[in-house]
Design a binder for this molecule. Structure first.
Ligand code: DX5
Ligand code: ZN
Length: 216
């Protein structure tokens, strides 16, 4: 089943509770929480206390996307703050530390995931595939909402889908960046089953109609 994960980076932060409570009734499956540290990416967004606050008002699982340097330092804190899925970037630390962080996430009862930036080859996920419950393929450079979808990431998505089907069929495959009704079709054709949508969701006049159009 196709899942939708609205990125609250495009929500109205003054009315965050209202915007989060509106997600499930409109057909969202996860709440995508973009955590940025100003080092791994050139932007600073949401941290641990806000993630914990979101958890208190969310009817949906939290899909927490860490765009931070050496995430192993903070995985325990984000698990305890209420992440249901916790995604690290493979570019953010050594493979040894990434493996250790993924195991720590699993031990804390949270679903571990890794993400790759556009310039990172598909092969970079291979050492982690068996340990992950989700792989996230970025279709924009991480850092900001509202960027243009990179259709040239579709071969990477297809390759990872083949590996998932062969080695870890329960693993989800998520796409993040520039997803709208049109680009969603390309992602699904290439094998994605979880779509993040920030600006397209929150700018939609009728998010329920947007969700229905994507899932049709
Ligand atoms: C980008 C973030 C995305 C972003 C998506 O660094 O990881 O989740 O908010 O926003 P849109 O859908 O507007 O590209
Ligand atoms: Zn994201």
């Amino acid at each position: 089943m196709l899942k939708l994960a609205p990125s609250i980076l495009s929500a109205d932060f003054v009315n965050l509770e209202r915007d989060i409570r509106a997600l499930a009734p409109a057909g969202a499956d996860y709440v995508h929480v973009d955590v940025m540290d100003g080092i791994f990416v050139p932007n600073i967004t949401i941290g641990i206390p806000v993630t914990a606050a979101i958890k208190r008002v969310s009817a949906l699982p939290l899909d927490v996307h860490l765009m931070i340097d050496r995430p192993i330092r903070y995985v325990e804190a984000f698990c305890r703050a209420g992440a249901d899925l916790l995604t690290l970037h493979v570019e953010a630390d050594t493979p040894e530390n990434t493996l250790a962080a993924l195991r720590q996430i699993r031990d804390l009862g949270v679903h571990p995931a890794v993400s790759v930036k556009p310039k990172t080859p598909a092969e970079a996920v291979l050492p982690f595939l068996d340990l992950c419950d989700m792989i996230l393929v970025m279709t924009v450079e991480p850092g900001f909402g509202g960027q243009i979808f990179m259709a040239d990431m579709m071969p990477k998505l297809r390759t990872i889908r083949e590996w998932i089907d062969r080695r870890n069929p329960g693993c989800e495959l998520e796409v993040d960046g520039g997803v709208n009704v049109e680009t969603a079709k390309l992602c699904v054709e290439a094998g994605a089953n979880v779509l993040v949508a920030g600006s397209a969701w929150f700018k939609a006049e009728d998010p329920a109609a947007f969700a229905a159009a994507i899932k049709r």
